[in-house]
Design a protein around this ligand. Structure first.
Ligand SMILES: Nc1nc2c(ncn2[C@@H]2O[C@H](COP(=O)(O)OP(=O)(O)OP(=O)(O)O)[C@@H](O)[C@H]2O)c(=O)[nH]1
Ligand SMILES: [Mg+2]
Length: 295
C-alpha cells in the first residue's frame, strides 16, 4: 500500500467561477457560502476531506478582489495571495470556455514554482464537449499545470478524478486533523457567514458589498443556541433596504439563515438580528478586527 498523504490545497480564481461550490462538493458538506454575485467569499474557508489514504485540507479563497483602497480589500487581497502561495497545491478554477483578463490576473497570483491544477468548472453548461479541446489546449499554454480537469461542482461530474489528480501532489505524512473534523472554523463563524449569504442572495447588485454581519453574542442554553447578530451597513438608506417594508426583508433573510444554522448545527436556533449604520466600516480597523479581518 502506498504511504498516507496529507496537505493543503488552495482554491483561487476570478470571482464567480464556482470555487466555493467546488469546495462544498469536494468535502461533501456545505461549508462555504455561495451566490450568483461576484465577491461572495471574504474569508479563507477550510474544508477537510479525510480518506483512508489521504487527508485533503482545502482552502477556499475570495475571488480576485477589485482594486479598491479600503482596508477590507487589502485584507482580501492578502488572503488570495496566501491561498495561492502558502499551500501544498493550488486549484486554479476557471469557467469552462471562458478565460478573460480577470482569469489571467488571478493566474498571475500563483507563484511560478507552485504546483497547480487547472480546473474547468461548470462543464454542465457546455453543450458541445468538442469545444473543450481547443480551450484545454489554450489553457495548457498559459502555465505548466500538473493537470487540467474539467468538472461540474453542480453535478459532481469528474470530482473524483480531480481528487485523484490532487492526491499525487500532496506530501506524504499523517493526517493533521481528526478523521471526523470537517473544518477549522467554529459555529459562531458559520452563523455570521450563513446570514451574510442571505444578504448576497436577497439584496440588489451593490448593496451586499456594503454589508457585513457581526455576531454580538452566541450562547448555548441547553440544546438551544441563542445568537444575536448585527448587520452593518454604511448609510441609513441602506438600512431601510435591508429592513424592507415593515422589516419583512430582514425577517425573510433571518428565517432562511436560522434554518440553515439549525441544519448545520443539528439543533434549535434563536436568531435575533438588527441592522446598524456604521459609516465606512470597510476602513474601520476596530470593526474589521471584530469581524475577523485581523490586521
Ligand atoms: N451551472 C453551474 N453553475 C455553477 C457551478 N458551480 C458554481 N455554479 C454557480 O456559479 C455561481 C458562483 O458560485 P460560487 O461558488 O459562489 O463562486 P465563487 O468562485 O466562490 O465566487 P466568489 O466567492 O465570489 O469568488 C453560483 O450561482 C453557483 O450556483 C457548476 O458547476 N455549474
Ligand atoms: Mg466563493
Amino acid at each position: 500500500m502506498s504511504a498516507h498523504r496529507c496537505g493543503t490545497v488552495g482554491l483561487v480564481g476570478r470571482p464567480n467561477t464556482g470555487k466555493s461550490s467546488l469546495l462544498n462538493r469536494l468535502v461533501g458538506e456545505k461549508l462555504s457560502i455561495v451566490s450568483e454575485k461576484a465577491q461572495t467569499t471574504r474569508h479563507l474557508i477550510t474544508g477537510i476531506l479525510t480518506r483512508e489514504d489521504c487527508q485533503y485540507i482545502f482552502v477556499d479563497a475570495p475571488g480576485n478582489p477589485p482594486r479598491e483602497k479600503s482596508v477590507l480589500h487589502k485584507t482580501l487581497t492578502r488572503r488570495v495571495a496566501e491561498a495561492a502561495r502558502d499551500m501544498d497545491a493550488v486549484l486554479f478554477v476557471v469557467e469552462a470556455l471562458r478565460f478573460g483578463a480577470e482569469d489571467h490576473a488571478a493566474l498571475e497570483r500563483i507563484p511560478a514554482d507552485q504546483q497547480a491544477i487547472a480546473v474547468l468548472n461548470k462543464i454542465d453548461l457546455v453543450k458541445n464537449r468538442a469545444q473543450l479541446i481547443p480551450f484545454l489546449d489554450r489553457l495548457s499554454k498559459t502555465r505548466n499545470f500538473a493537470a487540467l480537469v474539467p468538472v461540474s461542482a453542480r453535478t459532481g461530474k469528474n470530482v473524483e478524478e480531480l481528487l485523484q489528480a490532487v492526491k499525487v501532489l500532496l506530501p506524504e505524512g499523517p493526517p493533521a486533523y481528526p478523521a471526523d473534523q470537517l473544518t477549522s472554523h467554529d459555529e459562531r463563524f458559520f452563523a455570521a457567514e450563513l446570514l451574510r449569504e442571505k444578504l448576497f442572495q436577497e439584496l440588489g447588485q451593490e448593496l451586499p458589498y456594503r454589508c457585513e454581519v457581526l455576531i454580538e453574542s452566541f450562547k448555548e442554553e441547553g440544546r438551544l443556541r441563542r445568537i444575536e447578530a448585527t448587520i452593518l451597513v454604511e448609510r441609513e438608506s441602506q438600512k431601510a433596504i435591508v429592513l424592507g417594508e415593515k422589516g419583512e426583508r430582514l425577517k425573510k433573510m433571518a428565517t432562511a439563515a436560522r434554518k440553515d444554522m439549525e441544519r448545520m448545527f443539528g439543533g434549535k436556533v434563536y436568531l435575533g438580528s438588527w441592522v446598524k449604520v456604521r459609516k465606512a466600516w470597510t476602513d474601520d480597523a476596530r470593526i474589521l478586527r471584530q469581524l475577523g479581518y485581523e490586521q
